[in-house]
Design a protein around this ligand. Structure first.
Ligand SMILES: NC(=O)c1ccc[n+]([C@@H]2O[C@H](COP(=O)([O-])OP(=O)(O)OC[C@H]3O[C@@H](n4cnc5c(N)ncnc54)[C@H](OP(=O)(O)O)[C@@H]3O)[C@@H](O)[C@H]2O)c1
Length: 195
């Protein structure tokens, strides 16, 4: 049984992921967020809810004890967050990290530049890729609320395909990655709806 720590658990994608984990797996979840009250209603034998800031190394280390997988669903100061996550994982001996980033960080989207707006995403990917963790960075296209699971992936170094992807598709991939320690390890993959 996997123990998954979800950072930024009240985020849009994270909430779809949590729903999928609870419906289709027996994973045990630790939900880490800045205002725990918002997810207290999910607490159960399988779900622990912890209040904490990802920029706080000590809080993060405490939350990581006994976990198998860290899934980061964050926005904001992503470089500092990535540094803190990597430090906390090293300190607690965890290896598997799934990190949601964005399409465009390598200039891989044909015809798009996405200049400084993507800097936090680029900088955090550099931090993670320089670590010795078993990371998978996801670079999703624009999210939609379509009620479908329909996606393909592209490896780093290849042009991005498509322009949209459903939140349900991203959630499907996150759950598969969390349950399979050998899937897309040390990879940064684009995620899109096939055109
Ligand atoms: N929208 C798109 O089409 C699209 C496409 C590709 C990639 N992305 C990116 O994919 C990522 C995930 O998307 P999303 O929609 O799930 O994002 P979201 O709803 O904005 O969730 C991000 C979460 O990060 C949390 N957070 C920020 N700083 C934190 C801190 N210091 N400590 C703990 N938690 C913190 C926020 O918590 P609070 O609730 O406490 O603020 C929020 O719940 C985002 O970075 C997004 O920009 C978006």
């Amino acid at each position: 049984m996997s123990k998954v720590l979800i950072l930024g658990a009240n985020g849009g994608i994270a909430r779809v992921v949590i729903d999928l984990f609870l419906r289709e797996t027996d994973a045990e979840l630790t939900l880490y967020l800045r205002n725990a009250r918002r997810l207290k209603h999910l607490e159960s034998a399988r779900v622990r809810v912890i209040e904490g800031n990802v920029l706080n190394l000590d809080e993060l280390k405490e939350a990581m004890v006994g976990q198998d997988v860290v899934y980061a669903n964050l926005a904001g100061q992503l470089k500092r967050m990535a540094e803190t996550i990597v430090d906390a994982m090293h300190a607690t001996g965890l290896r598997r990290l799934i990190f949601i980033s964005s399409m465009g960080i390598y200039g891989e989207v044909p015809g798009e530049k996405y200049k400084s707006i993507l800097d936090p995403y680029r900088d955090s990917a550099v931090v993670i890729e320089a670590s010795n963790l078993n990371y998978t960075i996801l670079r999703p296209a624009w999210f939609t609320n379509a009620n479908e699971v329909d996606y393909e992936t592209t490896p780093k170094g290849e042009s991005f395909k498509g322009s949209i992807v459903s939140r349900k598709s991203v959630a499907d991939l996150v759950v598969k990655l969390a349950l399979d320690p050998n899937l897309e390890v040390r990879q940064s993959i684009g995620v899109n709806k096939p055109e």
